[in-house]
Design a protein around this ligand. Structure first.
Ligand SMILES: C[S@@+](CC[C@H](N)C(=O)[O-])C[C@H]1O[C@@H](n2cnc3c(N)ncnc32)[C@H](O)[C@@H]1O
Length: 276
């Protein structure tokens, strides 16, 4: 006989499988304590008897699925995350961006915005600030609200400073924030270059003609089919010769478009759209 606890673990596994099969979002490898807690919390809030009842509802009620998707959505981010990536952007991508008279960069799935503020700093230091527009999108309005504030926890500053330096920063990271008690307010001039907007990568349309698209640590939660759809959206949203940056555990492998891009940097998921 299984205990109640074991039964609820089975139910979580089945729920994640149902989400994957019906909607293509893949949280199956993320059945961590965090995911289980989120699911139980939603079950309690909706007053459902058990997780199987939740599974039934989300299979038949897409609006309810959206609520659960927000609950499960993993928003972890940090400034200059994976410093080697930023170093590669400085060395290999900046010279390409510099050939454009106006530079539009789209960060898709930007969460609370740390990635955008990092890119704003990098491109400012590269001397490209005057001809730059950054766009940050996410489908979660709550994280976007935080992103617009441009505030990070002061306790993260030490790690961010370390990331910034390892990512090739040429100034002092302290130039870019003002610390106040347990919060650090990012320099308002960084915000001037960033527009935040709600955009769902699965259901919404092409997003302008971009010189660079950065979408990191988002596709890992998508099925192959969804990855293909989203990479096609990126392909259509990039100018010829535009740059696509994915996360370290992501690639173009399942997109069917791998031969339309060339890999720009060995060991980094940084690609350039072919000119043809
Ligand atoms: C793990 S965070 C990655 C944040 C940042 N790109 C980074 O690498 O640090 C994933 C983000 O993708 C967003 N996301 C997931 N599915 C999405 C979708 N269909 N459309 C837009 N954003 C999505 C989530 O809301 C979350 O903020």
């Amino acid at each position: 006989m299984t205990t109640d606890h074991e039964t609820s673990k089975i139910e979580v596994t089945l729920l994640l499988e149902a989400i994957y099969l019906k909607y293509g979002y893949d949280f199956r490898n993320y059945s961590s304590a965090h995911i289980r807690r989120r699911i139980r919390r939603r079950q309690e809030l909706t007053g459902m008897e058990n997780i199987s009842a939740m599974q039934h509802r989300l299979l038949h009620d897409e609006e309810f699925f959206q609520t659960v998707l927000y609950d499960l959505s993993i928003n972890v981010t940090e400034m200059f995350r994976d410093p080697a990536f930023y170093l590669a952007v400085r060395e290999k991508v900046v010279p390409i961006l510099a050939t454009h008279s106006f530079i539009k960069v789209w960060h898709a799935g930007c969460s609370t915005g740390e990635e955008l503020y990092s890119m704003a700093i990098l491109l400012k230091e590269a001397g490209l600030y005057d001809r730059l527009q950054l766009y940050g999108t996410d489908f979660n309005e709550l994280v976007l609200q935080k992103a617009r504030e441009g505030i990070v926890p002061a306790k993260a500053i030490k790690d961010y400073t370390d990331n910034y330096q390892r990512g090739g920063g040429i100034s002092s990271f302290s130039d870019y924030y003002t610390a106040k008690y347990e919060r650090a307010l990012l320099a308002p001039e960084l915000k001037k270059k960033i527009l935040f907007a709600n955009h769902n990568l699965v259901t919404d349309q092409v997003f302008g003609e971009m010189q660079m698209i950065v979408c990191r640590n988002v596709l890992i939660y998508f099925s192959r089919e969804l990855q293909k759809k989203v990479i096609t959206l990126f392909y259509d949203s990039l100018c010829r010769g535009g740059i696509l940056c994915l996360g370290s555990r992501e690639s173009l492998q399942f997109s069917g478009l791998a031969d339309r891009f060339s890999q720009l940097v060995d060991g980094e998921q940084i690609y350039q759209k072919m000119y043809e």
